[in-house]
Design a protein around this ligand. Structure first.
Ligand SMILES: *[C@@H]1O[C@H](CO)[C@@H](O)[C@H](O)[C@H]1NC(C)=O
Ligand SMILES: CC(=O)N[C@H]1CO[C@H](CO)[C@@H](O)[C@@H]1O
Length: 485
């Protein structure tokens, strides 16, 4: 196993740079402390008492620890907090009942029965309810692909979500120092980030970034990026992360079944998240972000790919091995996150079983750590029912643990990178997240990538997010077990 604790040349150089940059403070702070102690009235008495103590000893005894603590404080990465978040609730006329979707597929592909049958089969087992929504342009037959329509949708989804967030946090748009927008398929010029800067008249010196082509895991990638930026910015800076997917341009109109999957499961959604290094108004603390990319392997790289079929129709092609690939990425990341979060007893059990396995040359089964001891709540990317089922069985989670994910899938469908926030909002709307509660968000996405984020609740809320406001009382609903999709 490689450990990240071995310092390499680069780390040593940046350590040296840090010390050099903070030279004044590293030297003066301990020096001043030492002097204050030395000239303190009565200090001479202490000096006289044990004769062995000479001023030089006293100097060392105070200077060295203070210098160490100062260096530690400088090097320690700053804590990052979640101030608040908001999820998009589509208008009721964006709703796409399953029967309408199937009807559309039947009419659009009237000369190929297989497609509408496939659509019906997938939807039947999808775990979707009748309230999931698609943008207005999707309601046409064929859907409208125009840039102006998609821009309009982008504005509706993004602005409404940010408006909600700003009213929840009571933060002025001028306090935002960084803006990261992620949207995989739709990447216009000027970017979605510019669109937001224009609408809210954000500051001229804002760091604005748009992440595209990063798939469903981009929401947590954006959180990770915002965290790194915040840790280098002055204390108390704010980062706004907007996660959405505008799939209109990616709609597949050909006849290849595998490429219809994403059409069928994609639904509209979005989330806006405000992060900061100041704890003042914070609701959650970010404990860890861990990422795994398996893109170096060919089959993982090609598992979710936006491409053209033989007839030149563009669409997202989902590989048949997608679940196996997701499982591998998850396993890799669990091995990394385990040591960071698990209690000592679980780590020990795992370690012992690992030794037993080595000594008996693989004849015993490896102990699966009980992640329920490390987390109270789980938000699993609701890309489809199969993803949730696979994570539930591999982590040995109860039905209640995966309830937020299943209910999000039922109410909102696969909203790509924003699903995790709908799930957090669900658990909060149900009043389940208490102070100190730990939440594990697990995102998956093309590449293939698996990204985890761990949050600790600081301040639970009573008010329900707009997304769940008018329907939370109807949940949880029973989802009939069909064959998995
Ligand atoms: C969910 O939607 C995203 C974005 O449209 C897509 O890339 C992804 O493949 C979908 N997931 C599944 C399992 O269809
Ligand atoms: C096996 C593997 O790829 N594990 C990775 C999981 O994520 C961490 C943190 O990013 C990586 O350091 C590991 O290599």
């Amino acid at each position: 196993m490689t450990t990240s604790w071995e310092p390499n040349a680069r780390q040593l150089r940046s350590f040296y740079q840090l010390i050099a940059n903070h030279f004044l403070i590293v030297i003066t702070l301990p020096l001043v402390t030492t002097i204050i102690i030395a000239i303190w009235p009565g200090a001479d008495k202490i000096l006289v008492l044990p004769l062995a103590i000479r001023p030089v000893h006293l100097f060392l005894a105070t200077f060295v620890p203070t210098a160490t603590i100062t260096v530690y404080l400088i090097l320690r990465p700053r804590d990052v907090y979640l101030v608040n978040y908001a999820c998009f609730r589509p208008d009721s006329n964006w709703r796409m009942p399953l029967a309408s979707y199937i009807e559309h597929a039947r009419l659009m592909h009237f000369n190929d029965k297989h497609i509408s049958q496939f659509v019906a089969r997938v939807l039947e087992r999808s775990g979707f309810g009748n309230e999931t929504s698609v943008p207005p342009s999707f309601h046409y037959m064929l859907p409208l692909f125009g840039l102006d329509k998609t821009r309009l949708e982008a504005e509706q989804v993004i602005f409404r979500t940010i408006d909600d967030l700003l009213s929840k946090t009571c933060i002025s748009p001028h306090a935002i120092d960084m803006l990261i927008v992620n949207c995989s398929i739709f990447n216009p010029t000027p970017s979605l980030a510019d669109m937001i800067v224009r609408r809210y008249r954000l500051r001229g010196d804002i760091h604005s970034i748009q992440l595209s082509g990063m798939g469903c895991s981009a929401g947590l990638i954006a959180v990770g990026l915002a965290t790194s930026l915040l840790q280098t910015a002055p204390f108390g800076a704010h980062a706004l992360v907007v996660s959405t997917e505008l799939f209109t341009g990616g709609y597949y109109k050909g006849s290849k079944l595998a490429m219809h999957m994403t059409n069928i499961l994609f639904r509209t959604g979005g989330a806006a998240v405000l992060l900061s290094t100041s704890k003042a108004k914070a609701r959650f603390q970010l404990m860890h972000v861990v990422r795994t990319s398996t893109s170096a392997q060919d089959n993982a790289y090609k598992s979710v790919i936006y491409e053209e079929d033989e007839e030149g129709n563009r669409g997202v092609n989902l590989s048949k091995d997608i679940m196996a690939i997701a499982g591998k990425a998850l396993k890799a990341n669990i091995t990394t996150i385990g040591p960071l979060v698990l209690p000592a007893s679980e780590k020990l059990s795992y370690f012992l079983s690992l030794i037993a396995r080595k000594m008996l040359s693989g004849r015993t089964t490896l102990y699966i750590p009980d992640f329920r001891l490390a987390f109270d709540h789980f938000c699993i990317h609701a890309g489809g029912r199969a993803v949730i089922d696979a994570v539930q069985s591999s982590l040995n989670l109860s039905d209640e643990h995966v309830e937020p994910s299943r209910m999000t899938l039922h109410r909102f469908g696969n909203t790509s990178s924003s699903t995790l926030w709908y799930e957090l909002a669900y658990s909060e709307a149900k009043g389940r997240i208490k102070k100190g509660g730990r939440v594990w968000m697990i995102g998956f996405g093309s590449g293939y990538k698996c990204i985890s984020a761990v949050w600790k609740c600081i301040k639970p809320v009573q008010d329900v997010d707009r997304a769940w406001e008018n329907c939370i009382n109807r949940y949880p609903v029973h989802i009939p077990k069909g064959k998995k999709v």
